[in-house]
Design a protein around this ligand. Sequence first.
Ligand code: AMP
Ligand code: MG
Length: 491
Amino acid sequence: MDKALLHFDNSYARDLEGFYAPWQAATAPAPRLLLLNQALAEELGLDSATLDDELGAAIFSGNQVPEGALPLAQAYAGHQFGHFSPQLGDGRALLLGELIDRHGRRRDMQLKGSGRTPFSRGGDGKAALGPVLREYVIGEAMHALGIPTTRALAAVTTGETVRRETWLPGAILTRIAASHIRVGTFQFFAARNENVRVKQLADYTIARHYPPLKGADNPYLELFAAVSAAQAALIARWMLVGFIHGVMNTDNMSIAGETIDYGPCAFMDNYDPETVFSSIDAHGRYAYAHQPLIAQWNLTRFAETLIDLVHPDPDEAARLLTEQLNEFPKLYTRHWLDGMRAKMGLATAEDGDLALAQALLSAMEGQNADFTQVFRGLSAAVRGDPAQVRAHFVNQAPFDLWLAQWQARLAHESATAEARAEAMDQVNPLYIPRNHKVEEALAAATLNQDLTPFKALLAVLERPFAERPGLESYTQPAPEDFGPFKTFCGT
Ligand code: AMP
Ligand code: MG
């Protein structure tokens, strides 16, 4: 090869020595490239034609270290379901390095499932094909919905089987992220009282993600405010599409504000605030409606790591951070309400809008009303056909009451009905990763080596708002015989 295929610039390795272990991927016996994300490859300035074959299989399996890469496993800690683990880290992932994309943004390239590392504890360091494909499709769906997220660049099978409840095909996901710095990365060093390193990490994070804060009076307090603001915006976006992350541990909360680590995540079908899909979340800690509160809880853990940096007097530092932390519910509600206004076709703001949004959700509760379909159906109501959305309610009286209130509120808006309906169809998706469709696609890929349903699903989800003929089955909730859905941790 005459020129480097990937132009790495590895600032994490360079600037943060002691924050990771340099490491190598395990050898994959028979790597095969299953999926290459052409659009993302293009965005990263990669030559996708060259990678779309054996060379891609070699690189994305970790068998060939591309020129300029410096594979390493990052150290981090984290609160898992409320309990602190001082040492987690990349137990089955390797950061290959960083690329500067076509827009000048620095992005991490990580292999997930590439074998044991010094952080593996009891684990095998591997990933099974099902969870790899799940992260691929749900991450790409989130991206198409306009929600900040890590992305999937490639998926390979390794040619070996990995042991879970049964033997499953082994696979590796190549993940692209703004960075892999987590709340847990700060916790790792703070828990060891390595204050110099916490400061070093905070300075690195500011330079990488929030450069304007460098000259602020109190850059670390500002960093905390910026991360809180990014999380408030992110979680509001999740809530507006019915996304449930499933494992909002502090090690799965990105400082850059991206959705990260798709494990037992899923989209809610019937509106029920207590929805939990994850088999490991027995107490519903990470239920749909708890997500904003959990985000704030995680941010409190982040704040604790910054005390020494924010003010020499710890009481004063705590006061300043708490003041900022108390802003979170307001920030979150503002983002959520902005989003709900758009979903309800409101271009202006009035005092009663929050109550109006909440009244719609209350009307949906206990009605078996499909969250995605109800919101999408509102544009049909604007176009003069409320029967369609009304049909989602078993008990229609509360909905009719809401409909009258909403129509009275819409009368204050100036857009034409058609313009309003079109704007609503840009924010209320028609196609989301329905659980039964995801399961069907994963089963075909893992049991029959048939990627056709997976690729079809991916193509549908790449354009979630644009109605296309022939895709009706992707808009429907699971059939009765699908039963109650449970997801398992992506390990
Ligand atoms: P996750 O549930 O993917 O967010 O992972 C939580 C922690 O467990 C991280 O430190 C992972 O690196 C680690 N981990 C998860 N699965 C494995 C595995 N199969 N082998 C080694 N470490 C793992
Ligand atoms: Mg994780």
